[in-house]
Design a binder for this molecule. Structure first.
Ligand code: FDA
Length: 393
């Protein structure tokens, strides 16, 4: 129809991936329309990293990403690394710092990253269509047609960048998955990840420890993380638990080594050194008081260490190193930092993010079945996959 405005590419979703992709394609001379149903773009960026946006991680490597195809992310990640995004941050004179484990944050505010992306979009002449719903997407004769707020736009390329299902109240929807399915792409079951896990039954006892944290090694499936764990009124949280939640499936145990820094035999050694002390006091040397109290009560070895057999102490040590929780669930998409799963990489080119069977259709960012660890990896995937697509548009 004559009323349809024509573009070279339409990008759905003005989050991290969509904004970056639109900007880069625009700067390559493409006429780009960037669409979002939120009035304000990048709402997840704004709340990320506690408001300071952990925008990348210096230790980005393919093994820090989960996907049904662990090789898929390699190409894009190798063509746009953390130093590349950092160079952009510096070009925009945004002050930054490394917090821990290679995590880079803004000194000021996450708002600066949204500003950066909008400025780059402006430099690319990207047209913005925010604050109105996408009511229809069509495809005929190799062209895509998108209806936004009653107006129709057409283009030979459509980029799905509407992210995952995490945090619906910020505007997350399953649009990318729905469209992908409509175009014949498979979707790997989306699940909440980087999410607190909940405990019930006897383990709910640990809720009395709400607010207590300890440095542990937490494990689930193939995931093992040495970081802080935090007890909450509903169960377990803290970086170590958020990380293992990505590897956890319903019914799986999560094991916690509460004392990863102590050598084997430490409890028996404590008995020799201080026979009059109790298990609770021996634990409190290394752990917060309330945690020591709860663990000692669960181990049910009362009295002085001198009166406990080496065998009992050895068993206690083994349990403390391999404490098993069986979460009954997670806090769900309402609290999940990311969605694991998503548009299957099997139908996408790892070079360009283009659907193999649907020329002109692309998927990038969190909508794709590539999920990073906690610590800036998910934004790095958003940037890298956006660049891979933009270079092909
Ligand atoms: P993103 O979710 O950013 O953008 C999708 C866009 O699509 C949104 O603007 C949305 O409104 C729009 N959209 C959705 N449905 C639509 C529809 N039906 N129609 C039109 N538009 C639609 N990562 C990291 O690396 N470092 C960090 O510090 C953090 N911190 C963090 C904190 C919290 C609380 C959360 C929830 C998440 C993080 N993350 C993070 C994860 C990170 O925010 C996330 O992986 C990226 O934002 C994903 O970028 P995308 O552009 O793919 O999706």
């Amino acid at each position: 129809p004559a009323m349809t405005r024509q573009f070279d590419a339409i990008v759905l979703g003005a989050g991290a991936a969509g904004m970056f992709c639109a900007a880069l394609a625009g700067q390559r001379g493409r006429k780009v329309l960037l669409v979002d149903h939120n009035q304000e773009p990048g709402r997840k960026i704004l709340i990320s990293g506690g408001g300071r946006c952990n925008f990348t991680n210096l230790y980005t490597a393919p093994d820090r990403f989960l996907s049904a195809n662990p090789h898929f992310a390699k190409s894009a990640l190798s063509r746009f690394g953390p130093q590349d995004f950092l160079a952009l941050v510096e070009r925009h004179r945004i002050a930054w710092h490394e917090k821990t484990l290679g995590q880079l944050f803004c000194d000021g505010s996450a708002r600066q990253i949204v500003r950066l992306l909008l400025d780059e979009c402006e430099a690319g002449g990207v047209e913005l269509a925010f604050g109105q719903p996408v009511t229809d997407v069509g495809h005929a004769d190799g062209r895509f047609r998108v209806t936004v707020g009653g107006a129709e736009a057409g283009a030979p390329a459509l980029v799905l960048a509407t992210g995952g299902l995490s945090i619906p109240k910020l505007g997350a929807t399953g649009l990318a998955y729905d469209l992908a399915r409509r175009f014949g792409l498979k979707v790997v079951e989306p699940r909440p990840a980087l999410v607190p896990l909940t405990l019930s039954g006897e383990e709910a006892l640990f809720s009395t420890l709400s607010g207590v944290a300890a440095h542990v090694v937490a494990r689930a499936g193939k995931g093992s993380f040495r970081e802080a764990a935090l007890f909450t009124h509903r169960g377990l949280s803290g970086p170590a638990i958020l990380q293992v939640s990505s590897y956890w499936r319903h019914g799986d145990p999560v094991t916690v080594d509460f004392l990863p820094d102590l050598p084997p035999g430490w409890l028996r050694a404590a008995k020799r050194a201080e026979p009059r002390t109790t298990l609770r006091r021996a634990l409190a040397r290394h752990l917060p008081d309330r945690l020591a109290e709860t663990l000692a009560a669960q181990l049910a070895l009362p009295g002085e260490l001198a009166n406990l057999t080496d065998r009992a102490l050895g068993d206690a040590e083994a349990r403390l190193a391999n404490w098993t929780f069986t979460p009954n669930g997670s806090e769900g998409f309402a609290k999940a930092e990311v969605t694991i799963g998503g548009i299957s990489t099997a139908g996408l080119s790892s070079q360009t993010m283009e659907a193999r069977r649907v020329p002109g259709l692309y998927a990038i960012g969190e909508a794709v079945d590539v999920t990073g660890w906690l610590g800036g990896y998910n934004f790095q995937w958003a940037w890298a996959s956006a660049l891979a697509a933009a270079q092909a548009l």
